[in-house]
Design a protein around this ligand. Structure first.
Ligand code: ADP
Length: 226
């Protein structure tokens, strides 16, 4: 579904953020990307979202070469990818419901779909009773659940989660990881970048380890080893 073909990214001459990375992500996979700070995790995710272009090599989303897409095509590919970040990135003046509904409005969805789908995803993430709360009235874990609901409401093929538990305590961390696993079981590819050793070891899923921009390990049921 996603194919990195000999991808290098060089921001500044002499040092590569990614070097000759070849990686295939299959439909249905849950893949964790680990590595020290500066190893290239964020760069890999940015290339996947076409926020950055490779200096060498190509990134394919199905048969589409991300570097060749025109703006309209790029928008439609990006709509197939949901994103979740460490800092939640919710709109502070909108309620949980409105944050999720807004993602559907921006994608041009009909009102009737919004009215039927937003309660469904709120149910999925366990936040029906907090639907009308503003972000400042939610805990960190709840905010992240709203962000996940927003990421999946347009039914993307892939969810990219960049350190989604970085601001959470262990209990909320587990809730978020379980939720991502559930979304994966429902058929969505998850690409998770994290530093959290316990998560990786407990997940028992594929782990790609980056070091200085290179893939040094790619294991089906990987452990966190740095
Ligand atoms: P990670 O997410 O694993 O911490 P990054 O992908 O952010 O790693 O960074 C990889 C390398 O690329 C680092 O050496 C970083 O300093 C460098 N880098 C990242 N983004 C930029 C940029 N926009 N301009 C220049 N260098 C960058």
């Amino acid at each position: 579904m996603i194919f990195f073909d000999k991808v290098s990214k060089i921001y500044a001459p002499g040092s590569a953020a990614l070097e000759n990375v070849t990686l295939t992500i299959e439909p249905g996979e849950f893949i964790s990307v680990v590595g020290q700070s500066g190893a290239g995790k964020s760069t890999l995710l940015k290339l996947l979202l076409a926020e950055e272009k490779p200096s060498e090599g190509n990134v394919f989303f199905e048969s589409l070469n991300m570097s060749d897409l025109k703006l309209a095509e790029l928008s439609s590919v990006r709509r197939r990818i949901g994103t979740v970040f460490q800092d939640f990135r919710l709109l502070p003046n909108k309620t949980a419901y409105e944050n999720i509904a807004f993602a559907m409005e921006v994608a041009g969805q009909l009102d009737e779909n919004i009215v039927s789908d937003v309660p469904q995803v709120l149910e999925l993430v366990g936040l029906v009773d907090k639907a009308w709360h503003f972000p400042h009235e939610l805990s960190g874990g709840e905010k992240q659940r709203v962000a996940i609901a927003r990421a999946i409401v347009n039914r993307p093929d892939v969810v990219i989660a960049d350190e989604p538990t970085g601001n959470l305590d262990p209990v909320n961390t587990w809730e978020i990881v379980k939720l991502l696993a559930k979304i994966n079981e429902l058929g969505t590819v998850i690409v998770l970048a994290t530093h959290n050793r316990d998560i990786i070891n407990a997940l028992g899923k594929r782990v790609v380890t980056l070091e200085k921009g290179r893939v040094i390990r790619d294991e089906k049921e990987g452990k966190y080893v740095l």
